[in-house]
Ligand binder design. Structure first.
Ligand code: SF4
Length: 133
């Protein structure tokens, strides 16, 4: 069995853990006891929530709705579509018509860029985050 040291993907706390991997499949999660953030502990999400990695329902490519059907797209096509629609709505209805929601799974730097894009590019101060309690 191979042990892979990694960072928990569920929130920005930065707990580290070992994935025990056999035949390219995660079979167990063990906390990293020497990390100064979690010191050998993990919450239930970090400890027991890694099944999604092997889920057959996991999305593996972006989807764009075309003629009412979700259709697989390349990342470049998806980003171009998102950018063109956001700029279209900001131009037609103003930046205040758009809100941005970010994620606790992103890094602080990614969340910073998200709010910067919303404010400086699209002209909207409507920015929120799923971890705001
Ligand atoms: S183990 Fe829990 S607290 Fe630690 S990073 Fe993962 S979700 Fe956050």
């Amino acid at each position: 069995m191979q042990q892979v040291l990694t960072t928990c993907p569920y929130c920005g706390s930065g707990c580290t853990l070992y994935l025990e991997v056999e035949d390219n499949t995660i079979v167990r999660v063990k906390p990293n006891s020497v990390n100064s953030v979690n010191e050998g502990a993990l919450c239930s999400k970090g400890h027991f929530g890694m099944d999604f990695v092997h889920s057959k329902d996991r999305l593996t490519s972006p989807l764009i709705r075309k003629n009412g059907e979700l259709t697989k797209a390349s990342w470049e096509e998806a980003y171009n579509y998102i950018a063109s629609r956001l700029l279209q709505y900001a131009g037609e209805f103003g930046g205040k018509s758009i809100a941005g929601f970010s994620s606790a799974r992103c890094t602080n730097e990614e969340n910073y860029l998200m709010q910067k894009m919303m404010r400086a590019v699209l002209g909207s101060n409507s920015v929120d985050h799923c971890a705001r309690l």
